[in-house]
Design a protein around this ligand. Structure first.
Ligand code: AMP
Ligand code: GLY
Length: 415
């Protein structure tokens, strides 16, 4: 079968790799892809500038299965259009993708279906947002897609003022409301389930390291690493997450008539009052995908094809019992800025790890150089957490570029 992945980052490189290794894939395509992704995937021919032209190009290439990697395309109705043209698509339709695209929609959904989450208020201007803040720290979120930049944890009024100015005066994210959320505390865990028409399968739990520096210090980033393992959380807790969050979410989709065939990602905080949902995403996490996908055994492409047709068949895949550690190498200046064109050395020295490209390109001499904030993810496996950590760091040490930033504590502590 011919499969296409839509997106261009590290997550899509991991998806393309997993699909390429699947028995039932004959050809894998990617749009828009990247130089590294297009080493294993084919580009879509033709001029593409919107969902319509993308779906037309998929038809021309006789694509059998479309896999939505990036949320923006799903929120623009990729799955709606592709399915209307008869292309089975793994990724929810536009209405269901609102679970990620609108934080207020997601909060209302959780309240309606009794899914544990922090309390919140919504405001449409500066003054009402200020009035809704009852105490500090407070959490302010722009209600729309903001590429992970629309959330501010404010410890005092100054910080709240400056975020609210960015949103309502400078309009940094465009037009939209702000949610004022209860501040929650605890370790975070990402639980991703494949969901198809009321059925679900929970994938290996993962943890994303969002802060730039060791010890969870420094600025928030798109993710500086991830760890994934069945043993990341104990089975009791996983059962609780399933019964309190995943199952009611999947049932809620059915009750609300929201068609959902795709990955449903629950970002959870393990508070002392139990797990609470911080956010939903309607696709795999990045960098969680880079850690979780190498643990999957079996025919992943066939699994997604069945799922896209509404028939989730859990006998088609299996999960490795070990640990997977994903280390992100970021460029100089990240996350405030990023530096391009730094030459990446050592890619050819990697022996026993997967390397996924997030922000790279080939220069005129054919060498990979930095091309974005998060540049590479190096992913190693081990039977234990400690061995996976040692292994990943040993491999990642071989790769270098000027100004590179990486954490040295990914996976070193259990939480
Ligand atoms: P989100 O994009 O909504 O997941 O938020 C990004 C990050 O902000 C989360 O991974 C948390 O680290 C933090 N965060 C979000 N919501 C809250 C909250 N209500 N309380 C404390 N931290 C939060
Ligand atoms: N790792 C967080 C996300 O993908 O949104």
């Amino acid at each position: 079968m011919k499969v296409i992945v839509v997106g261009k980052g590290g997550r899509e490189h991991a998806l393309v790799t997993a699909l390429n290794e699947s028995e039932s894939t004959s050809e894998v395509f990617c749009y828009p892809g990247s130089d590294a992704i297009l080493e294993i995937a084919k580009p879509l021919p033709g001029e593409i500038n919107d969902v319509e032209s993308l779906v037309n190009a998929m038809l021309a290439a006789e694509i059998d299965l479309c896999v939505g990697g990036e949320e923006s395309w799903l929120a623009k109705g990729l799955a709606d259009r592709a399915r209307a043209e008869g292309i089975p698509t793994w990724g929810p339709v536009r209405d269901s993708a609102q679970l990620e695209a609108s934080k207020e929609f997601a909060k209302e959904f959780m309240v309606r279906h009794n899914i544990p989450t922090g309390g919140y208020d919504a405001a449409e201007d500066y003054d009402s947002a200020k009035a809704a803040i009852k105490s500090y720290p407070t959490v302010l979120k722009f209600d729309g897609l903001a590429a992970g930049k629309g959330v501010a944890i404010c410890i005092d009024e100054n910080e709240a003022d400056s975020f609210l100015k960015e949103v309502f005066v400078e309009k940094r994210f465009g037009d939209g409301r702000v949610l004022i959320e209860e501040y929650l505390e605890g370790p975070e865990v990402s639980v991703i389930a494949a969901v198809a028409d009321g059925n679900y399968q929970i994938f290996t739990p993962a943890r994303d390291y969002k802060r730039l520096a060791d010890g969870d210090q420094g600025l928030n980033t798109g993710g500086m690493g991830a760890v994934a393992s069945r043993s990341l959380i104990d089975s009791e807790l996983l059962k609780q997450i399933e019964s309190d969050v995943i199952q009611p979410s999947v049932e809620g989709l059915i009750k609300d008539n929201l068609d959902f065939k795709g990955f449903l990602y629950a970002g959870l905080m393990l508070t002392k009052d139990g797990p609470k949902v911080l956010e939903y995403n309607c696709r795999f996490g990045d960098p969680e995908a880079q850690a979780v996908l190498p643990l999957i055994k079996g025919d992943f492409a066939a699994y997604l094809m069945h799922g896209a047709k509404g028939d989730l068949n859990d006998s088609l895949i299996d999960f490795d019992e070990g640990w997977s550690i994903c280390l992100v190498l970021a460029s100089a200046g990240y996350p405030n800025s990023s530096r391009n064109e730094d030459l990446i050395n050592g890619l050819d020295l990697i022996q026993d790890a997967r390397v996924y490209h997030a922000g790279t390109k080939k220069n005129s001499e054919g060498h990979y150089v930095t091309n974005g904030g998060r540049v590479l993810a190096v992913v190693g496996r081990g039977d234990t957490r400690e061995s996976a950590v040692e292994h990943s760091y040993k491999e990642a040490e071989k790769i270098n570029f000027d100004g590179n930033q990486r954490r040295s504590d990914i996976g070193r502590m259990h939480f």
